[in-house]
Design a protein around this ligand. Structure first.
Ligand SMILES: CC(=O)N[C@H]1[C@@H](OP(=O)(O)OP(=O)(O)OC[C@H]2O[C@@H](n3ccc(=O)[nH]c3=O)[C@H](O)[C@@H]2O)O[C@H](CO)[C@@H](O)[C@@H]1O[C@H](C)C(=O)N[C@@H](C)C(=O)N[C@H](CCC(=O)O)C(=O)O
Ligand SMILES: Nc1ncnc2c1ncn2[C@@H]1O[C@H](COP(=O)(O)OP(=O)(O)OP(=O)(O)O)[C@@H](O)[C@H]1O
Ligand SMILES: N[C@H](CCC[C@H](N)C(=O)O)C(=O)O
Ligand SMILES: [Mg+2]
Length: 516
């Protein structure tokens, strides 16, 4: 494209230089600027892209897009805009041929349940004959082709590139998680949302947003986007206090769909029952009652199921058929994923609970399975909201018989300091063990588990690494559990135990593949 074609797609740009300048691609990182590339200067949390404009020019950048006016002596074509993150989203959409125009977008935001809800919507849309892509914390699915996920919601430039590949692969819909960071940083600017789900809001990311109110304000942006569109459904958890605030704010738009357990909600669950193999409940919606079965367990997965069902129904799928498809929902990797067989003496679950609320919910769900005791292994992430650490410990202690406090991803923090922060949340000194090394901590839990017990390994879910001092080391809770179980059962040959664990993992993945 040439600069002239791009200009009408940006908000009030002030342009200097030749409008016939050719632009082949965009970047927001000076290190990948070069001839034919337009460099967009973003203000970041740790650096300011404007400081790197001279570097981008030295590398041969074709155009600069910036929140600063050009200096007098500059020779490179320059586009001065008010918000460069918005300009990046607009330019990326144009460069990729506006892929969102060909895709129906099912979005989900909230503190917990985004990945699970996105997986469910992806599964239901695919099963309902709308070939569907997926943007999630766990994986990006471009319509059958899977690529590793870098962010829950990547930068707008990456989003538009991924959406264009989905479109080219024949997708008609996409299920995507929208994080509060993405909303705050305009990563999803301009995307038309057919249905947007709000799961809940509880403490997380206060390191970034400062207060719960600010965190909520970021989430509101997704609903502001839907409110400003001609169409679109707002699917909101009406049992959540922040959800009710959203409902009040948008009720008059006529776009709100309420879900939860409350009487009179548009999608309401009653008579919920669950066991190790799944959950059954009655759905009251559209003046009818449907018997729903899902392989996901727990009350919170009832919420995730309700949100997903309501969203895809609002997007035009038949509710009765959709309810039937929920039976075959995939295991969401690392979300209450049972690593043991139903016949094993004690059960082990791996779960991604890394907030106080998620730990509380995961433990309440597991307690309802009536185990003899619950042993919980958990840690807190480094480089993240420090104030959630003691709250996570308090939630773990309240729901467990024994806690093994260990490391999650320490990142650049000192693991001992993280543990010291968390320990402050414990009230009963005798019910916890501290073991910094996560593998050893899991071993302690497994060695101490007896018949009828249940072990929860919380925090890392699907992650296949542990980040220590900026370096990612291979570490997958599910693999580690399998290896240790084999070793504890008598096969002390570590190499053979690892091989056997790999075979078991392959078998488990064959039995319960996630949607492809
Ligand atoms: C806190 C946060 O969201 N940071 C994101 C942000 O980085 P930043 O603002 O810190 O960027 P920066 O390092 O200050 O640099 C500013 C600009 O200068 C540029 N730069 C920098 C150096 C240089 O030599 N040249 C140059 O041009 C950078 O490319 C950037 O454009 O913008 C970057 C580019 O888009 C993101 O990659 C980065 O995500 C980081 C890696 C991150 O960890 N983000 C997490 C917290 C996040 O976004 N998480 C949410 C999920 C949370 C949840 O729901 O649980 C997510 O959606 O994944
Ligand atoms: N609706 C829900 N309400 C409360 N807790 C939930 C809910 N759904 C899932 N959880 C808990 O939160 C954990 C994370 O779930 P999930 O990955 O679906 O959320 P997420 O919002 O995508 O998280 P992240 O922002 O970190 O990617 C789960 O492992 C489970 O313990
Ligand atoms: N999206 C979350 C994931 C946290 C996962 C947990 N394992 C940790 O490292 O704290 C975050 O980036 O804060
Ligand atoms: Mg997620």
């Amino acid at each position: 494209m040439i600069l002239r074609d791009l200009i009408p797609h940006l908000d009030k740009p002030v342009v200097s230089g030749s409008l016939d300048t050719v632009i082949n691609s965009l970047t927001y990182d000076s290190r990948s600027a070069g001839p034919g590339v337009a460099f967009v200067a973003l203000r970041g949390k740790t650096a300011d892209g404007h400081d790197f404009i001279p570097k981008a020019i030295a590398a041969g950048a074709a155009v600069i897009i910036s929140e600063q006016a050009p200096p007098d002596d500059v020779k490179v074509p320059w586009v001065h805009v008010k918000y460069s993150r918005v300009a990046l989203a607009q330019a990326a959409a144009f460069l990729h041929g506006e892929p969102a125009k060909n895709l129906s977008i099912a979005a989900v935001t909230g503190t917990n349940g985004k990945t699970t809800t996105a997986f469910l919507m992806h599964h239901l849309l695919n099963a309902g004959q709308k070939r569907c892509g997926l943007l999630s914390t766990v994986v990006y699915d471009l319509g059958g082709q899977q690529v590793p996920s870098t962010h829950t919601t990547p930068e707008s430039l990456e989003i538009q590139g991924l959406l264009s590949q989905m479109r080219d692969n024949g997708c008609r819909a996409v299920a995507m998680e929208i994080s509060s960071h993405a909303l705050d940083q305009h990563r999803v600017h301009g995307l038309p949302i057919a249905a947007g789900v709000f799961t809940n809001l509880t403490q997380d990311h206060l390191d970034y947003h400062g207060t719960m109110e600010e965190y909520y304000v970021a989430k509101v942006r997704m609903f502001e986007m839907i409110a400003s569109q001609a169409k679109g459904a707002m699917v909101i958890n009406a049992d959540d206090a922040w959800g009710r605030k959203l409902i009040q704010r948008y009720e008059e738009t006529g776009k709100v769909i309420k879900f939860g357990y409350g009487v009179g909600f548009d999608y309401r669950a009653v008579n919920v029952r669950y066991d190790l193999t799944g959950t059954t409940f009655e759905l009251e919606a559209k003046g009818r009652t449907f018997l729903v079965r899902t392989p996901l367990i727990g009350d919170f997965n009832v919420y995730n199921s309700l949100g997903a069902l309501a969203a895809v129904q609002a997007m035009g799928l038949n509710l009765r058929e959709t309810v039937a498809h929920l039976k075959n929902a995939p295991q969401v990797p690392g979300r209450l994923e049972r690593v043991t067989e139903a016949t094993t003496k004690f059960q082990v679950f791996v779960d991604y609970a890394h907030t106080p609320d998620a730990i509380e919910n995961a433990l309440r769900t597991l307690r309802a399975l009536r185990p003899r005791r619950i042993i919980t292994v958990f840690g807190c992430g480094g480089g993240r909201d420090r104030s959630k650490r003691p709250l996570m410990a308090a939630a773990a202690e309240a729901g467990s018989d024994i806690c093994v406090l260990t490391s999650d991803n320490p990142r650049n923090d000192d693991p001992q300091v993280i543990i010291a922060d968390a320990v402050k949340g414990f009230t009963r000194p005798k019910n916890h063990v501290i073991m910094v090394d996560r593998r050893e901590a899991i071993k302690i839990a497994l060695e101490n588990a007896r018949g009828g017990d249940l072990v929860l390994i919380a925090g890392k879910g699907h992650e296949d690494y542990q980040e220590i001092q900026g370096k990612k080391h291979p570490f997958d809770d599910r693999r580690v559990v399998r290896q240790l179980m084999i070793q504890i059962a008598g096969n002390r040959d570590v190499e053979r135990a690892e091989k056997q664990a790999e075979r078991e993992i392959r078998d488990a993945e064959r039995r319960r593949p996630y949607d492809r």
